[in-house]
Design a protein around this ligand. Structure first.
Ligand code: AMP
Length: 317
């Protein structure tokens, strides 16, 4: 049994600068990255908006992966356009410009045929709009949301409200600190979990991701890469792998959530290896499975070591 996934979020053209390369008007947007990753696992439905400058061939690239793109509205005006820059750290983007275009006045209307979706990803948009979307879905089994510093600064109450209505919150480390008004990620995480979500994912760039739940936490490293070309979309590709895997589970328990983190890390690693969506678009199940196993081996201490009660038992002096 595979559940269906609904994603609501941006489809964009991005200008991206790294210390090595600069590209303009490349395909991006949270919903795009998410759809490429999650469609490896489950049927995906996309709700978004584009302007009249958006190439049909770019929508076709997403549709070719089996994603249902009938929820993409085309409106007169410009598509969402984001410009960002990364320094050598490649950790977080500096936003140079955001041109909302048709995204500015968009109120997502979830098509009737999508309202029975099982899993929902509310990609980074105004939290009030995330709430509006949520109200249109009949009985989702699992809802996850992503957000950003802008909404923590300007819409904290609305964001807290929507966080209290979802199962999984996904933020990067800096955003958790900002939301909790603390330097401590652990405290920030505790504050977010107290609002009600079952789990919090804290994205830590090249250091991986952490899953926080009521019962504990799970820390996964990033997949070690020699070449990183463009970190854009790492978070949304992570979310795509994470929710994609959960869509294949009947009733996800905490062990499934841990596996889902590894799937997320694997998808993110492919996204950052190439520019724009190229890496995640080219990903196949076989290549993802191979990297999943490699990452699992990287973090596994071995069954015998896990069975030891006393790690110092063999130390005699
Ligand atoms: P990520 O690197 O995973 O956080 O997401 C990067 C993508 O998010 C880029 O392709 C941008 O087009 C998109 N993006 C950037 N800022 C916003 C925003 N304010 N609202 C919606 N999408 C955005």
């Amino acid at each position: 049994m595979t559940n269906t996934i609904l994603v609501v979020g941006s489809l964009a053209y991005d200008d991206v600068q790294t210390p090595f390369e600069r590209r303009r008007n490349v395909l991006g947007g949270a919903a795009c990255y998410f759809s490429f990753a999650s469609s490896l696992y489950a049927p995906v439905r996309l709700v978004g908006v584009v302007g009249d400058d958006f190439e049909q061939s770019d929508i076709d690239r997403v549709a070719r992966k089996g994603v249902d793109v009938s929820g993409i509205e085309r409106r007169p005006g410009r598509s969402f356009h984001w410009s960002g820059r990364y320094d050598y750290e490649l950790g977080s983007a500096e936003t140079l410009a955001t041109d909302l275009g048709v995204f500015a006045t968009w109120r997502p209307e979830v098509p009737e045929a999508f309202r029975d979706s099982d899993l929902v990803f509310l990609a980074n948009i105004h939290p009030e709009i995330q709430l509006e979307v949520l109200e249109q879905i009949r009985q989702p089994k699992l809802v996850a949301l992503d957000s950003m510093n802008l909404w923590i600064d300007t819409q904290r109450d609305a964001l807290a409200r929507v966080m209290s209505r979802v199962d999984i919150v996904s933020l990067n480390e800096g955003e958790v600190r900002q939301f909790g008004r603390t330097f401590s990620v652990l405290r920030g995480a505790r504050e977010i979990l107290a609002l009600g979500p079952r789990a919090l994912i804290v994205k830590r760039g090249e250091y991986g991701a952490v899953l926080f739940t009521e019962t504990g936490s799970f820390w996964a490293p990033a997949f070690p890469l020699e070449k990183i070309q463009d970190p854009t979309g790492a978070g949304d590709s992570f979310a795509g792998g994470f929710l994609g895997y959960l869509a294949t589970c009947e009733t996800p328990d905490d062990a499934h959530l841990r596996r889902a983190v590894i799937h997320g890390v694997v998808c993110a690693s492919f996204a950052v290896e190439r520019f724009s969506v190229e890496g995640i678009e080219a990903l196949t199940r076989d290549r993802a499975a191979e990297r999943y196993r490699a990452l699992r081996d990287l973090v596994t201490i071995g069954a015998e070591a896990v069975a030891e009660d006393d790690p110092f038992a063999a130390v005699t002096r």
